[in-house]
Structures are given as structure tokens and as C-alpha cells.
Design a protein around this ligand. Structure first.
Ligand SMILES: *[C@@H]1O[C@H](CO)[C@@H](O)[C@H](O)[C@H]1NC(C)=O
Length: 399
């Protein structure tokens, strides 16, 4: 039994690896028709916990975030948009292709609980189809894009508009978040919504109710911000939140030839069609040798000259200074010897004089009294440096 269980486990892993990770979901979408694909969290949850369902029958409810891009490209094709309000909400891929082609879209789901990722691949084949000639765009004020994209809500809106258009032949051409069209982010209060533009198209011409929009009376009422009076027979909203804002309704008649905008005037520097880019000839090569001489060689030569000059002053000239100094030294030596000799002469002459030296030259001579102290034998160790203090209260003589 244990072996069987592990085999089952192995097979499940293989199956998940082969089919879960690499499964491609293919779609064929006609040009000019609105397309929605709901990214179901449950499907991706299955990829994250493939065995929990088999064994325990239990499925986590993980928060996850969807990221989509065209395979090998950083972003989605420009007609395709992704929206997901909250990690606990399903995501939606939606948009209206404008030209035929094939797109391979990678959808990554990031599990915010386990940090696992899983990838699904969607292949869109866009096929050419004739555009619906009569189109109208309506603004639904009390809606948000994620609330409109589920197919049940799209059907509700479509049914209301079919009654308004008075035809069954009606297709949704585009649904746009008003924020993508310059709308304002609403206050985070109940009763404030972002608003959604819904564009529908039909083969059938506009109904009388729709044509009211084109009347001058209606336009005057809209500019005057007064209440727009719509005859009761033209109000078809079954759910209040699906009601359209009449003043933002626009009728588009694609059968009327729009004036072709004038071709842009080609300015200078714009390549003519079909021509190859012919780069201008490279500028003549410049001789940099004079610049090199002026900027490198000349300062180098000046620096060398200055160096040599300094070296000459420091070493070459120093010899001369020494020579002169030697001469001066000789003279000074000569003077020294003569002074020495003269002093000796004077001393011997003074020694010959039999005259007592002046008193002032004798030690301890008091110049005021003329008294002469006996020469002290200051070097004698018997004399204390500090005389003993005489104590006035004692008769005993200091020893
Ligand atoms: C749909 O609406 C978007 C956003 O306004 C716009 O960019 C796109 O061209 C529209 N597509 C069609 C086919 O009208």
C-alpha cells in the first residue's frame, strides 16, 4: 500500500508538471470585440497545493497577485489590460484587439502566503473582422471595472442597452475604467465609484432614444447642468447601478467618412521613406602633434630647465659659499688668537702692578659703610645653612 501511495504521489507530480505548469489555454478573438478572461484564484490555488485536494479535500485560500506579460516581452500587448483589486479577488484580463495577430501571454500568480509562483500560458489568436459601423459609448457612474467585467454583469448591461437601442444585434466593443480616461480617484466612501465607460456597437442605426443625445436641446441641458429630462420610454436600467449618465453618452457613426488628417509635414532630419540612412562623412582627421607639443613637451622642458637651475643654485653655488666661509673663518681665527694674546699680555701686565685692587672688587664690601666683612668660609661644612631659631620663652640656649 505504501508503495502504491508513493507511486500515486510521483504520478501526480508528473501530471502536474506536464499539464499544470505547461498548459496552454487558447482563445480566438475577433478584432474590435471586447474580450474578458477571468483569472480564477481557485485554478491557481490548485497549482500551489495540488495534493492537498487529493488527500485532504481541503484547499487553502491564499492571497495571490497576478502579473502578466507577453512572452519574451516585459509588458502586455497595448490592447490588453490586467486588473485585480485585491489579493483575495480574481483578476481580469480584458481589452479589445485592434489588429489581427497571435499573442502568447504568460500569467504569473504569486502566492503571498507561501511565496510560490505558478505560470499559466494563454494564447490569443486575433482574427480580422469587420468593425461594427454604429457605436455608442456610455458612462456608468456607479460602477467599478472589476464589478462590470464578470460576464453576468456584462450581460445585464448589454440587455439594458439592447432595449435602449431597440435591437438584439448589439455587441460590447470596449469597457474602460474611467481612471484610465482621466477620471478622478473617488473618495473612499460608500456611494463613490470610479465609473466605467462601456462602448457598444451594432449593425443597426441608432434608435430614437439614442438620437436624442444629438439634439441641441439635450446638449443645452447638459451644459447648463440643469436636470436632463429623458422621456420615461428611454430609461431602461433594470439595476440602478447600471444606469447610464446621459450627458456623457457619445454616438460614433463609423460610416461617415472622417476627414483624413493632413499628413505631417516632414521636417529636416527625417528620413525619406525607403531611403537608407547615409551617415555623414566623418570629419577630417586632426593633427594633434602641435597640441601635444604645447601642452606636454613645452611645460616639460620648462620644468627641466627650472630643475637644473635649482640644482645649480643648491649644489653648484654652495661650493663658492663654502670657500668664502673658509676665508672668513681664517680671519676670525686670526682675530681670536690676537685677542687671546692681547688678554694674556694685559693680565701679565696687571699682575706686575703692586697696587691693591679696588675695594669694590673685594667680596662682602659694604659700599655705604665701607665695612668689610671677614671672608666667610662658606664652603666649610661646620656652618649650618639655617641658623637655629632662638625660642623667646625658654631660658635654655639652643644647642
Ligand atoms: C478601448 O479603450 C481603451 C481605453 O480608453 C483604448 O485605449 C482602446 O483604444 C479602446 N479600444 C477600442 C477598440 O476602442
Amino acid at each position: 500500500m505504501a508503495g502504491c501511495g508513493s507511486w500515486l504521489f510521483f504520478l501526480t507530480v508528473c501530471v502536474v508538471f506536464l499539464f499544470g505548469a505547461n498548459a496552454e489555454i487558447k482563445f480566438t478573438i475577433p478584432v474590435g470585440k471586447f474580450f474578458t478572461y477571468e483569472l480564477m484564484r481557485e485554478t491557481f490555488q490548485n497549482d500551489f497545493e495540488p495534493l492537498s485536494r487529493i488527500y485532504a479535500g481541503h484547499l487553502y485560500n491564499d492571497p495571490m497577485i497576478f502579473k502578466c506579460n507577453k512572452q519574451n516581452f516585459p509588458d502586455l500587448p497595448e490592447w490588453l489590460r490586467l486588473t485585480q483589486r485585491h489579493p483575495y479577488d480574481n483578476g481580469f484580463l480584458y481589452g479589445t484587439p485592434t489588429s489581427p495577430g497571435k499573442h502568447t501571454i504568460e500569467v504569473y500568480a504569486y502566492n503571498k502566503r507561501s511565496y510560490e509562483t505558478t505560470r499559466h500560458i494563454l494564447v490569443f489568436k486575433v482574427v480580422a473582422e469587420k468593425m461594427l459601423p454604429y457605436q455608442a459609448e456610455f458612462f456608468i457612474k456607479l460602477r467599478e471595472i472589476e464589478k462590470v467585467l464578470p460576464s453576468s454583469v456584462q450581460d445585464e448591461i448589454k440587455q439594458d442597452l439592447q432595449k435602449l437601442w431597440d435591437t438584439e444585434d448589439l455587441e460590447i466593443v470596449n469597457i474602460t475604467n474611467a481612471l484610465d480616461r482621466g477620471g478622478r480617484v473617488p473618495l473612499p466612501l460608500a456611494g463613490h465609484y470610479e465609473g466605467v465607460f462601456v462602448k457598444v456597437g451594432s449593425e443597426q442605426y441608432f434608435s430614437n432614444c439614442l438620437l436624442r443625445v444629438l439634439t441641441p436641446e439635450h446638449q443645452r441641458q447638459c451644459t447648463a447642468v440643469s436636470r436632463v429630462k429623458i422621456p420615461g420610454g428611454c430609461n431602461f436600467c433594470s439595476v440602478p447601478s447600471n444606469c447610464i449618465t446621459w450627458c456623457k453618452t457619445e454616438l460614433i457613426d463609423l460610416t461617415k467618412q472622417e476627414p483624413v488628417p493632413p499628413a505631417p509635414t516632414v521636417g529636416l532630419g527625417i528620413l525619406e521613406e525607403g531611403g537608407d540612412f547615409n551617415p555623414p562623412e566623418s570629419p577630417p582627421s586632426r593633427d594633434y602633434f602641435p597640441d601635444y607639443i604645447v601642452t606636454v613637451i613645452v611645460p616639460l622642458i620648462i620644468a627641466i630647465i627650472l630643475c637644473l637651475l635649482l640644482a645649480y643654485i643648491m649644489f653648484g653655488r654652495r661650493e663658492g659659499v663654502e670657500k668664502r666661509n673658509a676665508k672668513t673663518n681664517q680671519i676670525q681665527l686670526y682675530h681670536h688668537y690676537t685677542i687671546h694674546g692681547n688678554t694674556d699680555d694685559l693680565r701679565s701686565m696687571a699682575g706686575n702692578r703692586s697696587v691693591t685692587p679696588p675695594l669694590s672688587t673685594l667680596p662682602m664690601f659694604n659700599s655705604r659703610t665701607g665695612e668689610r666683612a671677614p671672608p666667610l668660609h662658606s664652603d666649610s661644612p661646620s656652618i649650618p645653612l639655617i641658623a637655629a631659631q632662638h625660642d623667646p620663652y625658654s631660658d635654655t640656649l639652643p644647642r
